[in-house]
Design a protein around this ligand. Structure first.
Ligand code: PEP
Ligand code: MN
Length: 363
């Protein structure tokens, strides 16, 4: 059995993988040979796409919907690669799927969000990949748990896979209507911080769940320094057998990608670094001052705590707290600080005061 892609394809895959921004696109699912081939040809024509993706085995949340065409679709992908020269990426969730994908010389594998949550499944995939040289991308788990994402990455690295990538596809949350999977950017940023050498893509399709807001999320990802996008595209999105609302035609994809501005860490201006440095010094100075002010504030909270202890007064004074919050929220516009931020800020200051006073009460 052939356990990896041919060497000429390995070279193309490597070259394409190292492009920034890296764009992976293709339909949510392979449906028919014609749909796969036509989508690949049109995506190639956009000149933006580096890697062609298609779901072969689809982990649907509920049974009864289309669960993927299965391995019958793999030869269609191979044909699409022959016609376009685009390396192929496929999602795998079991060791059998890994074997099937490798037998068909798929160039890149990815682990989906519903698989990343399960260490047994990830380990099974990792075991099936021992001794294989193939890039593997790992999507974040469906729920906001960084440890699971890290764990999956570690299992794949331990299997000896050298070329890995991460894909941020948002996290499920009950009852959210704006996004299908809210991005919770801070988690992707933290994952990036902890794994600086590993490329991080963003998957706006599964975050948005609807095509109207793809550009917005793609631009945010570009602004945050993501290395590229995995974005779904279909020749006739409205008739797609899965994820119809979030797919766009290759032509629309081109329009979106034409709009996204990719920024570099060092920018285009030669002396931008020095300018940034000066501004950052000012920020550091202000942060120091803020921290000193907070310390002074806590010292007063301590005095109040001592007084409450002596006079047997409860720590929590709801009315006083509501007054503080209302006073701050009323100034939100004038201060140019969002209400959301002010609530978070005062909540955490309040919590710290309570902890201080608790300590004093129980000393
Ligand atoms: C997909 O990429 O089509 C997919 C199933 O995505 P996710 O694992 O992010 O849900
Ligand atoms: Mn999909």
């Amino acid at each position: 059995m052939i356990r990896e892609s041919s060497s000429s394809f390995k070279k193309i895959t490597q070259a394409n993988l190292h492009k920034k921004p890296l764009i992976i696109s293709g339909p949510c699912s392979a449906e028919t040979e014609d749909q796969v081939i036509q989508t690949a040809l049109q995506l190639k024509q956009t000149d933006y796409v580096d890697i062609f993706r298609a779901g072969i085995w689809k982990p649907r949340t509920r049974p009864g919907s289309f669960e993927g065409i299965g391995s019958a679709g793999l030869p269609w992908l191979q044909k699409a690669r022959e016609l376009t020269g685009l390396p192929l990426a496929v999602e795998v969730a079991t060791s059998r799927q890994v074997e099937e994908a490798l037998t068909h010389q798929i160039d890149i594998l990815w682990i989906g969000a519903r698989t990343t949550v399960n260490p047994f499944s990830v380990q099974e995939i990792a075991d099936a990949l021992k001794g294989v040289h193939i890039p593997v991308f790992i999507k974040n788990p469906i729920h906001p748990d960084l440890e699971l994402w890290l764990g999956a990455l570690e299992r794949i690295l331990k299997a000896g896979i050298e070329d890995t990538g991460l894909i941020h596809r948002g996290f499920s949350s009950y009852g959210n209507t704006l996004y299908r999977n809210p991005p919770m950017w801070h988690l992707a940023i933290e994952m990036k911080r902890r794994n600086p050498g590993i490329r991080m893509l963003n998957d706006p399709s599964h975050i948005c769940g609807r095509r109207e807001i793809l550009l917005d999320i793609s631009q945010t990802a570009a602004d945050l320094g993501f290395d590229g996008l995995m974005i779904e595209s279909h020749i006739t999105p409205d008739t797609a057998w899965s994820d119809a609302n979030q797919q766009v035609t290759p032509e629309k994809l081109k329009e979106i990608l034409n709009e996204v501005i990719w920024r570099r860490e060092n920018g285009t201006n030669g002396d931008s670094h020095e300018t940034l440095q000066k501004l950052r010094e000012q920020i550091d100075q202000l942060d120091d001052e803020l921290l000193q002010i907070l310390t002074a504030r806590m010292k007063i909270a301590d005095k109040i705590g001592a007084y409450k202890k002596e006079n047997n007064i409860t720590i929590l004074q709801t009315k006083r707290w509501n007054d503080i919050m209302e006073r701050a929220l009323a100034k939100s516009e004038q201060l140019k600080l969002s209400k959301e931020f002010l609530i978070k800020y005062f909540d955490s200051v309040h919590m710290e005061s309570i902890n201080h006073q608790n300590k004093i009460m129980n000393d």
